[in-house]
Design a protein around this ligand. Sequence first.
Ligand code: TXA
Ligand code: MG
Length: 357
Amino acid sequence: DLHTAYRRQRQMCIRDSTIIEKLDGQNKIHALEKAADLIKNGSVVAFPTETVYGLGANGLDEEACKKIFDVKRRKRDNPLILHVTNDEMVRNLSSEITEDQQKLMDNLWPGPLTIIFKKSDKVNDVVSCGGNTVAIRNPSDEIARFLIDKSNCPIAAPSANKSGRPSPTNAQDVYSDMQGEIEMILDGGSCNIGIESTVVDLTEKPYTILRPGFYTKEDLEEYLDEVVYDKSLIDSNTIPKSPGQKYKHYAPKTKLIVIKGNMDNIQNYVDGLGINTDEIGFILCEETATNVNFENVKIISKRNDYLNFAHNIFSYLRELDKLNYKLLICEGVNEQKMGISIMNRLKKSCANNIELI
Ligand code: TXA
Ligand code: MG
């Protein structure tokens, strides 16, 4: 049963020295204090946020931040987000806060939004990768906030996956990438949102969305005159302005095809592939799934339910990736509202292998 499975997992963790700390009942404060001590001592700890799990270290400690790059196998030109819990910390890390930056901070923080600022000299070169800007996010997740406050420093944290892999949205997915390489994973269950924060550059005009997320252009334009999507998000031949966006991303090991168009044609399309359907893992919307008879189907959400789609997509890709299928097929969504952010992740996951059926 689940309980024994968890205990077995836990023993395994201790043997290979990555401890998963379950954050319930009495253990909660104890585990958080232990995690904060590790951060203060220059170690790397994985923790939940409302978007995805982060791989955190003291953002003011250059050596600790270097460890994040090593553990994640991240290229050294890809800067880190600093996580804070109040505006005072932002004032310390940025050289100026413009009226528009303050407006977004007041209205959309805490939450799944990362804002780019001009950096102050408190931000080290490992975090900024030598640039003159810094990405800052004030997360809403209670555990993340508690950890930042207890550690008494901004926490530098990328998503807690190995570079190129789908972002982890639960402790087990962090564990499968980080096992034996970090001392602790704070297990706060599955992340509410499931895809990473929106990253918006407000240091120059036009204001630019470098990575779409929970918040879209329309959401930000409720507070700002004009926001544009970085050209690379629209034209895949343009080099992204955000360093992290140019790398291969979110990819399962199994080949993945994303299908769009008329789902009534799915049976025909699959028949034409020449692969037995029992060797294919499917991620389909409920409306599509009820009309087909494939062996291995995971229903992700109703077709226009972007919230649930986003919540499940990374964990489903990881789950199916473990089952040794020859091929994964995932149904895409319309590119409107959060569907834009979901398709951004899916396009990268399948290396632009999108079929219109
Ligand atoms: O939801 C999230 O943002 C998660 C959780 C853990 O907070 N974090 C996350 O971090 O997704 P990461 O490192 O996986 O993605 C951060 C993105 C990268 O594409 C990076 O290149 C970009 O933000 N970025 C960071 N600092 C930047 C800067 N100064 N200028 C432009 N882009 C920056
Ligand atoms: Mg990432």
